[in-house]
Design a protein around this ligand. Structure first.
Ligand SMILES: [Zn+2]
Ligand SMILES: [Zn+2]
Length: 103
């Protein structure tokens, strides 16, 4: 029952996009337009963190089992986390991060 609340839409605080819940059943944890996320989870999907800082995409990494992952960093507290990319993520933005990343 609790897992149902994980997959909800939200309004992106970075670009203002109205982000709908993801269609494929995985957890929507970042904006598909600007790829920014919000620091609201202690563990993925639990929404127990009250930091609420903007998590900016810092780098893109490839994981052999999980596929492409976005490396997010919270601008408020410096917390870092990897998130899986979604099917409708903005490819231009992903390529831009790849070019700019230090990896
Ligand atoms: Zn956004
Ligand atoms: Zn934070």
């Amino acid at each position: 029952m609790a897992r149902k609340t994980e997959n909800t839409g939200f309004v992106c605080i970075n670009c203002g996009a109205d982000v709908p819940p993801i269609a494929s059943g995985t957890i929507r944890n970042h904006c598909p337009g600007c790829l920014c996320s919000l620091h609201v989870d202690m563990d993925i999907g639990d929404r127990l963190c009250d930091c609420r800082g903007l998590m900016r995409p810092r780098a893109i990494e490839y994981h052999s089992q999980k596929g492409w992952q976005i490396f997010h960093r919270c601008v408020a507290c410096g917390f870092e986390r990897k998130n899986m990319t979604a099917d409708d993520d903005n490819l231009d933005e992903i390529l831009k991060i790849m070019r700019n990343s230090a990896f």
